[in-house]
Design a protein around this ligand. Structure first.
Ligand code: GTP
Length: 597
């Protein structure tokens, strides 16, 4: 099809506002899959995505839509994740598009994440088309939500289609608007090849598959291509589109979005943001790429059984084949042995990785409390980046500690604004802006990243009955009065439990941490002393009292089913315990800091 008949678009939506359901409707209307083939939510392909109902990787689908003007259009829909941990993938997907649909739940209204993503789209010169979804709900209030779109985002919403992905209402109207309002792509199919790599992943049969947007030129099966930053020539085995199944077309022209398979063995050979061109035109400039992804959160991961270490290493290597944002390097802990220091985009990303390692690779893991990256200025005038509290230099060598500061944008209905402000103050936030927009309030705060990643999202939801929404980004490092808080178990410092905290909160964090850990560490055959200390000073102490012998003895008298239950429970509990010295410590105790306020 000619460029005039191509439309490339994304959907911007807050989590749960119905992006995947609308996409499924588009596929249905365009006959992409038969109803039987159409498993629910085809675009969310990974199991965990499906179970958690969230979209992680950008994917695409090409649809043929015959419009009311009688012409058939090629619609390339590039999916984007909705969760705040994955914002960087959004701007990537948007760079392949000329327009975006802003899907807003007509009962919920505008939420912070969609505002942030909308601004990204507008900055990238995309045409943004608002759509009101879930109009079938009795609580739907389209007039209020239109006003919010206009006042909060500054987008004209007078023509916004009232739709319901559930009933199918308005779906074709959305497609018609999309064709009328989103400009067709530009580019020269006869020019020198420039194809932007939007995503690359590893497929067991094909090797590396890349999702590309051809900006100029034409890419054909059999061509010799190079990724600009690598420079190594590869023969193109196949090119095509997603329908959403991989469907070979043997050719991709300027303006089109599709996949390329070129015998590349790992994703580092086709880096996201790089440009493919023909080996013969290696002089063409690379397209502007993407901001580099930096992990925001680090944690140590250790196998419960040391025998599993090699399997763990292989599993991480496999996961990074498909997830360039996952970082890992070997780490040795006195307490936990050999493991890996892993970097994640956020705590949700961390949970997902941990879950995949346990489920898909059958590993039992202990994860230490997540931490952000700190910057340290030493007395010798060196600047260090510290992603592990236990590798912090001695206090005597420290000139200055700097913590990462996030800029957080929060949207909240007026009735909860008081609660949200108190929460931000508690989290050491500094208010930068506050605006009343319709019935919502937009708040901008600078808050230490450590407080944001710890539990700000969950706390916000709980103080606002679920209505507040959050978007944040790294702003800068700032000097702060930080100290290392150590935890001692029976007098032994446990490196894997150390954390970096603000001095003003160190005492109270230490106290609540040992109290929490006392509840989590099971009673053993001897007393277990748990202490929190700063430098040489113990600031809090609790004791887990020894089990008395006759308590265990009791277990052996009872009826069989109860005994079996107890044994099973013990077995399940065993899995996630680690011996630290003579003391068994459960996974939950390592993450106790996440539960402390
Ligand atoms: P992420 O993939 O996590 O970003 O979420 P999403 O925005 O794709 O939302 P999804 O399509 O998964 O929909 C979220 C929930 O809303 C699901 O339970 C859908 O069944 C429901 N839903 C979607 N559209 C409608 C609608 O028009 N009306 C009603 N009543 N429910 C809807």
């Amino acid at each position: 099809s000619s460029l005039k008949h191509i439309r490339n678009f994304s959907i911007i939506a807050h989590i749960d506002h119905g992006k995947s359901t609308i996409a499924d409707r588009f596929i249905q209307v365009c006959g992409g899959l038969t109803a039987r083939e159409m498993a629910e939510q085809v675009l969310d392909s990974m199991d965990i995505e499906r179970e958690r109902g969230i979209t992680i990787k950008a994917q695409s689908v090409t649809l043929n839509y015959t419009a009311r003007d009688g012409e058939t259009y090629e619609l390339n829909f590039i999916d984007t994740p909705g969760h705040v941990d994955f914002t960087y993938e959004v701007s990537r997907s948007l760079s392949a598009c000329e327009g975006a649909l802003l899907v807003v739940d007509a009962a919920q209204g505008v939420e912070a994440q969609s505002v942030a993503n909308c601004y990204t789209a507008i900055e990238q010169n995309l045409e943004v088309i608002p759509v009101l979804n879930k109009m079938d709900l009795p609580q739907a209030d389209p007039e209020r939500v239109k006003k919010e779109i206009e006042e909060i985002i500054g987008l004209d919403a007078s023509d916004a289609v009232a739709a319901s992905a559930k009933s199918g209402m308005g779906i074709e109207d959305i497609l018609e608007q999309l064709i009328a309002k989103i400009p067709p792509p530009q580019g020269d199919p006869d020019g020198e090849l420039q194809a932007l790599i939007i995503d690359s992943w590893f497929d067991n049969y094909l090797g590396v598959v890349s999702l590309v947007r051809v900006k100029n030129g034409t890419l054909k099966k059999g061509d010799k291509v190079i990724a600009k930053s690598i420079g190594k020539a590869h023969g193109v085995d196949d090119v095509g589109i997603f329908t959403p199944k991989l469907t070979s077309t043997k050719i991709l022209r300027a303006g089109e979005v599709g996949y390329v398979v070129a015998g590349i063995k790992d994703i580092h050979g086709a880096p996201v943001g790089d440009t493919f061109t023909h080996a013969a035109t290696s002089h063409v400039p690379a397209l502007p790429g993407f901001q580099k992804i930096k992990p925001q959160v680090y944690a140590g991961m250790f196998t419960v059984s040391t025998d599993d270490y090699e399997d763990f290493r292989e599993a991480l290597a496999k996961l990074t084949l498909n997830d360039a944002s996952l970082f890992y390097e070997p780490e040795t802990s006195d307490a936990l042995g050999f493991g890996f220091r892993c970097g994640f985009l956020g705590t949700l990303h961390m949970e997902i990785i941990q879950e995949r390692l346990e489920r898909e690779y059958d590993l039992d893991l202990i994860t230490t409390a997540p931490t952000v990256i700190y910057e340290v200025l030493t007395k010798r005038n060196e600047v260090l980046q510290v992603d592990n509290p236990s590798s912090l230099p001695d206090p005597g060598e420290l000139e200055e500690m700097r913590e990462p500061i996030a800029r957080a944008n929060i949207l909240v209905p007026q009735e909860f604004v008081g609660n949200v402000i108190s929460l931000c103050v508690e989290k050491r936030g500094v208010q930068k802006d506050m605006q009343f927009l319709g019935q919502q309030v937009s708040l901008t705060y600078e808050i230490p990243m450590s407080e944001v990643v710890l539990d700000l999202f969950d706390r916000l939801k709980s103080v606002s009955k679920g209505f507040a929404s959050l978007d944040y980004s790294f702003e800068r490092f700032q000097a702060a009065n930080l100290v290392k808080l150590d935890v001692l178990i029976n007098g032994e410092r446990v490196d894997a439990l150390a954390m970096i905290v603000h001095r003003d909160f160190a005492a109270s964090r230490g106290r609540s941490l040992v109290e929490k850990m006392k509840e989590l560490i099971p009673r053993q055959m001897f007393d277990v002393a748990i202490q929190a200390a700063i430098g040489g000073h113990v600031i809090a102490r609790q004791t887990v009292k020894a089990l008395r012998k006759n308590v265990t003895a009791k277990c052996y008298g009872g009826d069989v089913s109860r005994k079996r239950k107890l044994l099973e429970k013990q077995k399940a509990g065993k899995k996630r315990m680690k011996m630290v010295g003579k003391v068994e410590i459960p996974q939950s105790a390592f993450l106790a800091v996440l539960k402390v306020d």
